[in-house]
Structure formats: C-alpha cells, structure tokens
Design a protein around this ligand. Structure first.
Ligand code: GCU
Length: 514
C-alpha cells in the first residue's frame, strides 16, 4: 500500500498553539473508524452476544407502547441492593469498612456495568488562557478567562481534543473563593468594549473598507453622516439592583462571592454514538470502537470536570477545596457521576437528572433502562449497560432488576459531601418521564451512608424517611443530603437561591468584601 501522507490543518487550535500545517503520516496509526450510531451500537451488541434489545417505551402517552405512569406497576423489584452490606454479606457498621471495602465494591460495579472505566492511558491536559478580560456582570467587577485544555494527542494525532471553558471570578471580594463548575455552554459574560474614541477609529476604518469593497456604499454613508455601523452594547449598569432569586444563577453566585466556570461537555466528548470513535474516548482507543467496559459520554464529561478542577487547584484566586459541580438533565447525570467518582469535588447540584442520574434504575416509570440502552442515548453509558435491556442474548435476557447496583448507591458515593438533588414539576415541563419519585426514593435510600459518615441525610431531623415525596417547594435542606422540587420546568435555576446559602453554610464560607 502506498504510504499515505495526510495533511492535517490544525485550524481548530487557537493561534497561540501551532498555527501551521503539520504533516501527519496517518499510515503510522490505526485508521480512524467512522461509524453511524447504529453501526457502533450493533458492534457493541455483537461483542456482548446480544441479538435483540427490548425497545424503550414511547414518551407519548397516547401511543399504545407508552411509558408506564402507574405507581402500582412501577416497582417490579422493590428490594434495592443494600448499600451497607458487602458482597460477602457482611454488614458495614464503621466508616472504615465503608471506605476500605464497600465503597470500592460499589465503584467497581458502577464502572463495569454502567458508566465504564477511565482508561489508564488517558493523556495529560495542558490549560492555556485564550482571553483574559476585566468585565462587569451587573455591578460586580469580574475577572473572566476563556481557557482551552489541550489534550496531549501525540500517541494518536488523528484526533484532537480541546476542552472549552470560561472561568469567571468576582473581583470585589477577598479570595480565594468557592467556584461552581457548570456543565453548559461557555461564553464570556460581558466582554469589555472599546471606548467611544476607540470605537470612532474602528468605525472610520470599517467604513473605508466597506466602501473599497462596494463603492456604492459611499453615497449611503454620505447621506447619513452620523451613522456608525458598529455601536456600543449597553455598558455596566452600576445602578442595577442586587441580584435576587429571579436573576440568572451565575449572577446569584457572583453576588454571594462565588466564582463559576462554564464547561462545554461537547468539547470533551460528542453527545452521540457516532462520536464514540472520536473525542477523548476515541483518542484513548486510537480511533477504534469501544470495548464493553470502556467509558461512556457521562464518564467522559465527568472526567473533563475533573481536569477543570486540576486547573483550579493551581489558581490562587480559587479555593480548590470548595469546588462544586452542577448540571441539568443529561448534564445533571454527568455532574453526579463527576462527584461520585472524584472525591475532590466539595459538593454537587444535580438538576432533573432522571434515569442514568438519580432515578432508580429498577423503577419502571417513564424513562426506562430500555430507553437509555436501546435508543440514541446508549453512548452515555458503558457498553455493558446494554445487557440490561437485552431480550435475546448469549448470556440470557436481563432487566434493570439484574443490575448489581442502583442509583441510591451512586448518591452514597458522594457522602458525606453535600449533595443537592433538584427537580421541577411536570406541569411546567420537568416531564413525568424523569420520575421525580424514583429520585426521591434513591435519595432517601442513600441516607444511611451519609449518617454512617457523620453527615445528615434527608431524615436526620424529621420523619421524612418515608416513601412519599415532600410537597413541591418544601425543601429538605437541613443536612448534607438535600432535596427540593421547585415549581418551574426542566431547569435547576429556581433552586439556586436555596442552594447557595445551603452550600455556603456547609462550606463555612462567608463573603468578605474587598
Ligand atoms: C431526554 C432523555 C433524558 C435526558 C434528557 C436531557 O429526555 O430521555 O434522559 O436527561 O433528554 O438531557 O435533556
């Protein structure tokens, strides 16, 4: 075969990196596999000996195969795996037994069967600042940094991964400050703008350029001599009222003396099955499909949050012992996974996370194991997870009831660190599909581990340890494990005004003005 020389133009890299053409001899590397999500899923089924998956139920209640919403049918196997009994059947009664025996057992099962393992060869990330800007958010002066975490791809240069994040720190308080890592889309909140005289120069040059490209424009500009094509956006409003519970969560955090960081999950790993041979998962597999125990997207996104935390540990303006992680929906699942596996995270806010997040896998209410395994969402999980939706397989059919672990144990892995489970209401769009009740039950069932480790669970001060959910707007926030269902939709924003004081109190953080 003739030696094939691929010219890869590293345009995705910022100019501070190698803004040049680099010749990569692609014949030196295993060829990058391109597959559709269906092909990739079929490949995994073949590796697992699965011939057929049960289809997930329909989310549309008028369809004949719609999801179950009958509570009396929702618990086919009500007995949860006992979070405080070891595989050998011993009761865990001391923190030491938890840390040395039971917790590692639970981690092993989650890695093997649900979220996958982070490979040992995952390369180093080097963080570089793309933009540093002094900005104002409302009337709060902030330091904003747009940063890129470049993953070393020297072992397989056909894939590059550049983690995209923005860090925003309040400049009017004494640091170091707590920071919340939010999974979402990073933008600089209010880029500083040129002054009016500077803008005049820019406009003059811009008009010249436009007239050069189209001389007809001169007559228009002459007709409106005071017109400037580039106008100033509204500047900082020093008279803006202080943020309240209706303000964006980021403004509430800054007002409370917290920093925040927005992290783009898609810059770590694409949110689809076709992307599994690319991104950080593809890079560690040298462009080949996954094996059954390899990590899925949720674990990869959580890994990315940990790499942000690595960076925050080097930043003297940040208190890296007080870093929270947050996300909603699929990113709520990822925030929980990040917190469960990396004990450096101080706390978590898990928004409307549903199946694959806080909701019990064993429950059959709304979204089912089959929905995650059988549809366009299987890439969130390890390949092995498909086994639990198999109707025909060399290892026999299995259901969610066969999983050796369940989500109360994922919450237990967060103990005794503060863990806040948030939902909205179906009437406003936080769909029944997400099974709020199943999440509440899991949160209650995680309680004994929080108690064992000297923290308070939902029931510590009350009789809440029942299977009925507290009314909407009644937060259970007296301990390290907290629950609150707000009366909004598929978002955690309405819970920030409760989360922030709860979190600051547990961290013993008080904002001190500079
Ligand atoms: C779907 C999916 C959920 C997921 C949600 C989201 O509803 O079934 O599991 O949480 O999308 O991320 O928006």
């Amino acid at each position: 075969m003739p030696k094939h020389l691929a010219l890869v133009l590293l345009t995705s890299l910022p100019c501070w990196a190698i803004a040049q053409q680099v010749a990569i001899d692609s014949s030196k590397y295993p060829p990058l596999k391109t597959m559709t999500a269906q092909q990739d899923q079929a490949n995994m089924m073949q590796q697992l000996g699965i011939r057929k998956l049960r289809p997930g139920p329909s989310g549309n209640e008028s369809d004949p195969n719609h999801a179950n919403y009958d509570e009396s049918q929702a618990n086919p196997c009500p007995q949860l795996p006992d979070v405080l009994t070891t595989k050998k059947g011993r009761k865990v009664t001391t923190p030491d037994q938890w840390w040395s025996v039971r917790r590692p057992e639970i981690i092993e099962d989650f890695e093997k069967e649900m979220y996958g393992r982070i490979p040992a060869n995952v390369p180093k990330v080097t963080w570089t600042t793309k933009v540093t800007d002094n900005e104002f958010v409302g009337r709060i002066p902030v330091l904003a940094r747009h940063m890129i975490g470049r993953v070393d791809n020297s072992e397989y240069p056909l894939i590059s991964v550049n983690i995209n994040m923005v860090l925003v720190l309040p400049q009017n308080v004494k640091g170091p400050v707590p920071v919340m890592i939010m999974l979402g889309f990073p933008t600089l909140p209010a880029p500083a703008q040129p002054s009016l005289p500077e803008l005049e120069k820019i406009n003059a040059a811009f008009k010249d350029m436009m007239i050069k490209s189209n001389p007809e424009l001169k007559a228009i500009f002459d007709k409106y001599p005071a017109y400037s094509p580039i106008t100033r956006l509204p500047g900082p409003n020093f008279f803006a009222p202080a943020p309240n519970g209706d303000s964006p969560p980021t403004e509430q955090l800054l007002a409370a003396g917290w920093g925040y960081c927005t992290l783009e999950p898609g810059s770590i790993q694409a949110d689809n099955g076709a992307g599994l041979t690319r991104g950080i998962i593809g890079l560690t597999n040298k462009g080949q499909p996954r094996k059954p125990e390899d990590w899925g997207a949720l674990r990869a996104w959580g890994w990315g949050a940990s790499r942000v935390l690595d960076y925050l540990e080097t930043d003297p303006l940040v208190n890296a012992k007080q870093v929270a992680v947050e996300g909603v929906s699929r990113y709520g699942k990822a925030a929980l996974v990040a917190m469960a596996f990396d004990q450096r995270f101080a706390m978590v806010l898990i928004g409307s996370s549903g199946k694959g997040g806080t909701t019990l896998q064993r429950r059959v209410f709304g979204e089912a194991v089959e929905s995650l395994a059988g549809s366009g969402e299987y890439h969130w999980m390890a390949g092995n997870y498909l086994k639990y939706a198999a109707s025909e397989s060399s290892s026999g059919p299995k259901t969610g009831c066969d999983l050796p672990i369940d989500s109360h144990e994922l919450l237990a892995l967060c103990a005794p660190r503060p863990t806040f489970v948030s939902y909205g209401i179906p009437e406003k769009g936080d769909a029944k599909w997400l099974d709020q009740m199943g999440s509440y039950k899991a949160t209650v069932a995680a309680g004994p581990v929080f108690q064992l480790l000297g923290a308070k669970d939902l029931s510590a001060n009350s009789e809440y340890n029942k299977d009925s959910m507290p009314p909407v707007l009644t937060g259970l926030m007296n301990g390290e494990l907290a629950w609150r269902q707000h009366n909004g939709g598929h978002t955690d924003a309405p819970n920030f005004q409760y989360f922030i004081p709860w979190a600051s109190k547990l961290l013993r953080y008080e904002r001190v003005a500079k």
